[in-house]
Design a protein around this ligand. Structure first.
Ligand code: SF4
Ligand code: SF4
Length: 318
């Protein structure tokens, strides 16, 4: 396993970051101990970096895996909040500290900043993160985003330590430009000393059939200190790790990886409230002529955010 320091933060992490969204309630919905087993195996393999979020509801998996380690503090955890107000962010910080049983959090980000206006609307939440950093409650702060323009803007902001951008070899899911636009913004951010770890290397599942190529591409981007990769079972983790380390995975593990079927169901019946449409930055959800939500697979990046947005629990991966 290779390790890098995230920008100027002094925080050392494994280049492979374990993305916890995939195992959690928004995606595979594994039992906590089963998810913790995978994470624990990843720790034993050298992974020392975990990506999570308030919304992913994966803190119990991480806590259960950390409890098995003799030195749990060596694992770096990055989490994030959709909070806009100071109250929402303060709640998110305390929730993470309690759920992870950590007085001091490693990395806390504003989750999925869409544009500069969105960042400005979240001024209250950002102030709380800044104060928590000043008080020693959080080591490093920043944002996650699907936007190349936000990455380029964040690169110039002194108070931003970490940027968690969406980038993959096909440019799937980038809100406002091409893969090259995003890479240029990432390069600029790297030059400015920002810690950078990417998300959606596999396009949220859309690149699964080119997984080896997609992961090789992501790990070869030297501006990225780390690459977050989601895993929902141990074969998937071993396959990804094998490719990361330049080894061939066992054929059985690879075939298992491809046997991944993601779909949406809509039972109970959709109420047509539009919350999922509003939440979907990829434009994959819309309200159809029958007044219910429609999903456009080709646009979907499998982020799972619409699932959490539905107040009626109509959506799920299966
Ligand atoms: S449809 Fe849902 S899972 Fe797909 S991109 Fe939109 S929010 Fe994400
Ligand atoms: S959030 Fe749920 S109920 Fe509302 S439109 Fe979407 S699927 Fe339908």
């Amino acid at each position: 396993m290779d390790y890098r320091v995230l920008g100027k933060t002094g925080i050392s992490v494994s280049r492979m970051c374990f993305g916890s969204l995939t195992m959690g309630p928004l995606c595979a919905n594994l039992p906590v101990e089963q998810g913790a087993d995978i994470l624990y195996q990843a720790f034993l393999s050298g992974v020392s970096f975990v990506d999570t979020a308030e919304q992913y509801r994966t803190y119990p998996y991480i806590k259960a895996a950390l409890d098995r380690l003799e030195e749990p503090e060596r694992i770096v955890i990055s989490t994030k909040t959709y909070g806009y107000t100071d109250r929402e962010a303060a709640w998110a910080v305390e929730d993470a500290r309690l759920a992870l049983r950590r007085n001091r959090l490693d990395i806390f980000l504003l989750h999925e900043v869409r544009d500069l206006e969105d960042f400005q609307e979240r001024e209250g939440a950002w102030r709380i993160l800044s104060e928590a950093k000043a008080n020693g409650v959080i080591k490093a702060i920043g944002l996650s985003t699907h936007s190349a323009a936000v990455v380029a803007w964040a690169a110039e902001q002194e108070e931003i330590d970490i940027i968690h951008p969406l980038v993959n070899m096909s440019g799937i899911g980038i809100l406002d430009g091409s893969r090259e636009d995003m890479l240029a913004a990432i390069h600029l951010a790297g030059q400015k000393g920002k810690g950078l770890f990417s998300m959606k290397a596999l396009g949220g599942g859309a690149l699964m059939h080119q997984a080896r190529e997609a992961l090789n591409w992501a790990f070869s981007q030297t501006d990225l200190d780390a690459v977050a990769v989601g895993c929902k079972d141990i074969n998937e983790f071993r396959t990804n790790l094998g490719w990361f380390e330049g080894r061939e995975p066992e054929e059985a593990a690879f075939l298992h990886l491809l046997d991944r079927n993601i779909a949406f169901d809509k039972e109970p019946r959709c109420h047509g409230c539009g919350a999922c449409v509003e939440r979907c930055a990829a434009g994959a959800m819309s309200i159809g002529e029958d007044g219910t939500a429609q999903w456009e697979k080709a646009k979907c990046i499998y982020c799972g955010y619409c699932i959490a947005a539905c107040p009626w629990f109509c959506l799920s991966f299966c």
